[in-house]
Each structure stands twice: as structure tokens, then as C-alpha cells.
Design a protein around this ligand. Sequence first.
Ligand SMILES: C[S@@+](CC[C@H](N)C(=O)[O-])C[C@H]1O[C@@H](n2cnc3c(N)ncnc32)[C@H](O)[C@@H]1O
Length: 331
Amino acid sequence: MDRDGETAHAPVMLEEMVMALAVDRDGFYVDATFGRGGHSRGLLAELSSAGRLLAIDRDVDAYESARRLAKADSRIRARHGRFSLLRDYLGDGDDGALGAPSGVMFDVGMSSPQLDEAGRGFSFSAPGPLDMRMDRRDALTAGAWLNDAKVEDLAAVIRRYGEERHARRVARAIVAARPLKTTTDLTEVVTRAVPGSRPATTACARVFQAVRIHINDELGELDRGLDAGFDALKTGGRLAVLTFHGLEHRLVRRRFRHWVEGPKLPRRLPVRHDPEPAARRIDAVGKGLRPCAVEIGRNPRARSALLQAVEKLRPAENALALASQTKGAAA
Ligand SMILES: C[S@@+](CC[C@H](N)C(=O)[O-])C[C@H]1O[C@@H](n2cnc3c(N)ncnc32)[C@H](O)[C@@H]1O
């Protein structure tokens, strides 16, 4: 617990995040993943009394934490929901539309309070129910899915989102052990199913990650959230994203490359002009920053973090729309 009675979450790469956003003191910012507000507090410290912050989180405990902060600081608006719906929240300030943000930040994945609270079911090392929903209003729990899905679907999710090479073996073991009720049941099944050459904790971490990503549609959310954030930004505004594993790193890298290099049109099209890039990379961040050794020593959860950021130069064009427009002009 911290001084305000909040369960703590140490913000990762806080200084780098604030630097990447090049904070305009009177600007309007969006924290798409409020958590316990570590990054929000860092940003608020840079804002004048005219600055504004919209804090979003799909987790009700995180949202309640944002509401408490908003009661104490009139610059903040809090929203409970998914960041993929960010554009819907911009019209809703108590004092009217919030407008186009100068910056949007994402710090995706789980917060320490989510991971540490055994009752949420996210941790393979703490006994708890097989829940894993970030938003407890969602219908599907990890247990309901694990006890119902076909072997092929279980294996596909464990392979794709956990990058676990014994995915099929684990999937068959899950089906054989049903019904699974607790995180301990799942941990035991995975530990028995994988051959002993690696520590069982590696396989458990991969399987829990896979199930969590699937239950919360984390990569779909990130994909739509990046588009929503970039679309909402004003020209000259910045999008900064912290990710924690290869699947997320690559998704952000691909999307940023698309904006920075322009949409790739098929070579055979008689293109009249090269589409202008929609974004530029930020010099101090380049293609991505990692936390320094001191931070990793202080906060081991930071070790896999990658910060990527871009500045918006103009609205992004949809590559497919552009391609068909070019095709039409050539016909
Ligand atoms: C790593 S934590 C953020 C921690 C925060 N930056 C801090 O310093 O306290 C990630 C947060 O993002 C939230 N989250 C994840 N996916 C989300 C989504 N699609 N929409 C809204 N919030 C999301 C989680 O509920 C969690 O609270």
C-alpha cells in the first residue's frame, strides 16, 4: 500500500515516457491505461492548471483509483472502459468536449495490483479462481473457456499467444483434467504436461500469458487502441506506447512503421506520387527504448519493457482505400 491507501504499482520508464510525449504544459493528454496512476501523476506534475488529463482503464479498481484522483484534481476526467473506444470518450468531459489530445500514452498488460491479488487469477504462483478478466463485467472467465474449448482452439491460443512449443500436449492435458477450478489446477496440469528439460515455471508463465491475452482480447484491443489513439491526436501530437512481450512489441512496431514509412502500395500500380508519411519517429526514442539497468534492479517487472513513440504529421490514410483510389484513377 502507498500513502493514499492505494495498492502500489511502480510506473515503468516514467521519465522516458514524459520525455517522449514532450509535454505541452497547457495541453490535453490521455492515459489509456491508468492502472494506479503512476504515469498520470508524472504527467500531471508537468501540466499547468490549464492542462487536462483523461484517465481510462477497463478494470473497475483502477477506474475507482482514477476517480479518487479526479476528485482531488480538477484537471482529470476518469472513464471506465476499453481504450479501443477512446474516441467515444473525448466528447464527454463534464465541461463539454475534450477535443483532440496533444498526447496519448499506453502502458499495456497488467498492473501489479492485478497480478498480486490472488482472487483475480492472473498469477500462476498464487492459488486463486481461474478468472483473469481485466473487466469483471465481461462474461467469459478463463475457467469457463478452459473447461469448454476444443483441443485445437486451446492449442492454437497457447501456441500463438504463449509461444509455447508444447502447446498441443498442454491442450490435451487440460481437456483430460477437466473440470479445472483454480490457478493451482492449471499450474499442475501444465507442469505435468511439459517435458522436464526446462523449468516448469517457464511453461506456466507462457500458458497463463496466453489464456489472459485470449480472454481479454489484448492484441485486438491494442491494434484498435493504437488506431483510435493516433486518429484522435491533433497534428503534432504524440503517441507513446510501453509494451512487455514480443507479440506486443511487434504489433506496435508494424503499426508505427506503416505510419512512418507510408502505406505500401503494390509495385505494379501506376502510382502518381509517394504517399506522405503520417508520422515521424522521435529522435530521442528512435526505434524503441529499453529501461536502464538501475530501473531493472529496482523494479524487475520493468525488464522486458519497450517504449516506442511517434509524432503525428497528418491524418493517416487507409492503405486499402488509397490503393483502390489509385487503381480507379489508372483505369
Ligand atoms: C501496466 S498497467 C498500467 C499502470 C499505470 N501506467 C501506472 O503507472 O499505474 C496496465 C493497465 O491497463 C489496463 N488495460 C489493459 N488493457 C486495457 C484496455 N484494452 N482498455 C483499458 N484499459 C486496459 C489494465 O486494466 C491495467 O490497469
